[in-house]
Design a protein around this ligand. Structure first.
Ligand SMILES: Cc1cc2nc3c(=O)[nH]c(=O)nc-3n(C[C@H](O)[C@H](O)[C@H](O)COP(=O)(O)OP(=O)(O)OC[C@H]3O[C@@H](n4cnc5c(N)ncnc54)[C@H](O)[C@@H]3O)c2cc1C
Length: 370
């Protein structure tokens, strides 16, 4: 038995579930997810922060277009804001001042602060190491689980469904439809959305298409106890100007990342001990408190196209094959805009009501098909 629907979404992470939720009011949608539960890979492993000034111009446009929906979720996505104010600081050593200048030239809603003010925000920083600092007050923690559950609710409310433990094993274009083979049965639809995260290029290969050029990069995170006698809950996130480490409070502790970016094959990622140790040493150089204990750690994959811009749109190389991939380190904070854009493009709209036309073009897969 083959189940026929209008749109098949491959991948139950934020990219796939968000897009499916926005497509579902106009089409019969099924999401196929390989794992037992949605959000198991990158989506469940993020730092859960919204930073408006993070990413290139196309990403910043998607950040800006996503903020309102996260802050004040509409139509049943969530009952209250998905954001909690956190604040984000960038700190520069004397060697990083040029980078700092470049960041400030492009940044919005960001103020330069003094090194002493930076230490007032994040009291364990070594003031003598800071040449310049800036603060983005609007940066916020994102409730990732509530966002994902909200999209799932919208999907189901509109008649769509998620099929778990349904790894896609085959994809063939036949008589105007994609036939999709999974361990949970076969499906067919005229449109397939490739939202397979780190595996999106493997899915393209299954469909007989050339790879579009995605690279998964591992990023690790360590959970450290709060420094003795300190209540970290109101501290902002802090990131070194050249992104060689970052730290932020989470659930009364500090999470610290080496900001590693090691290319790996698609996989269930795990931190590399040496990479983690070297990164924690870079963090330790910047603070007055030694790192004595790592309570736990995790890693996830941030998957980028060669130009570090997400890929959203129909592949010019194959009918009905839509990309929702390459979200890199921004797939949670850009999910509202990129999900609406996917739905608009699949409906046949230009997407111009969601994002500026130049951004829609910057995201289009055709740029990577020479
Ligand atoms: C450490 C870390 C920190 C981050 N911090 C932030 C942050 O603060 N803010 C932010 O916005 N973003 C952040 N990100 C990035 C964000 O997590 C990702 O951009 C986003 O989760 C990508 O979502 P996705 O749905 O594309 O991928 P995934 O969540 O990986 O989902 C892809 C899904 O596809 C499924 N799949 C793959 N192949 C198949 C197949 N053949 N059949 C069926 N299913 C398949 C997988 O099982 C997986 O569930 C961070 C990422 C990491 C790793």
């Amino acid at each position: 038995m083959t189940e026929a629907v209008d749109v098949i979404v491959i991948g139950g992470g934020m990219a796939g579930i968000g897009a499916a939720a926005r497509i579902a009011p106009d089409a019969k949608v099924v999401v196929l997810e390989a794992e037992e539960a949605p959000g198991y890979h990158a989506t469940g492993r993020s730092a859960a922060i919204f930073v408006a000034n993070y990413g290139n111009a196309a990403i910043r446009a998607a950040n800006a277009a996503s903020f309102a929906e996260l802050a004040d979720p509409p139509d049943g996505l969530a009952e209250s804001s998905l954001l909690t104010p956190r604040g984000e600081m960038m700190i520069a050593t004397p060697e990083e001042e040029e980078l700092f200048e470049r960041h400030m030239a492009a940044a919005t809603d960001t103020e330069e602060i003094t090194p002493a003010e930076a230490v007032a925000h994040f009291p364990i920083l070594r003031e003598e190491n800071i040449a310049r600092a800036c603060y983005e007050a609007r940066a916020s923690d994102i409730d990732v689980d509530r966002l994902l559950q909200g999209y799932l609710r919208l999907l189901r409310g509109a008649g769509g469904r998620l099929v778990a433990k349904a790894a896609v094993q085959g994809l063939a274009w036949h008589g105007g439809s994609w036939r999709v083979t999974t361990s949970q049965g076969d499906f067919e639809a005229p449109v397939v959305v490739n939202a397979a995260g780190a595996w999106a290029d493997e899915v393209a290969v299954l469909a007989g298409l050339p790879r579009i050029g995605l690279t998964p990069y591992r990023r690790s995170v360590a959970v450290l106890p709060a420094p003795e006698g300190q209540d970290v809950s109101g501290w902002p996130g802090v990131v070194s100007m050249s992104e060689t480490w970052w730290a932020k409070p989470a659930a009364g502790k500090l999470i610290v990342s080496p900001a590693d970016e090691d290319p790996v094959d698609p996989q269930d990622a795990w931190p590399d001990d040496m990479v983690l140790a070297e990164g924690l040493e870079r963090y330790a150089q910047a603070v007055t408190v030694p790192v004595t204990r790592v309570e736990r750690s995790w890693a996830g994959l941030r998957t980028f196209a060669s130009d570090r811009t997400p890929i959203v749109g129909f592949d010019p190389a194959a009918e009905g094959f839509f990309w929702q991939a390459g979200q890199g380190g921004y797939g949670i904070q850009t999910a509202p805009a990129l999900s609406h854009l996917a739905a608009a493009l699949i409906r046949g709209d230009s997407g111009a009501t969601v994002l500026p036309a130049a951004t829609v073009s910057a995201l289009a897969p055709g740029r990577l098909r020479g």
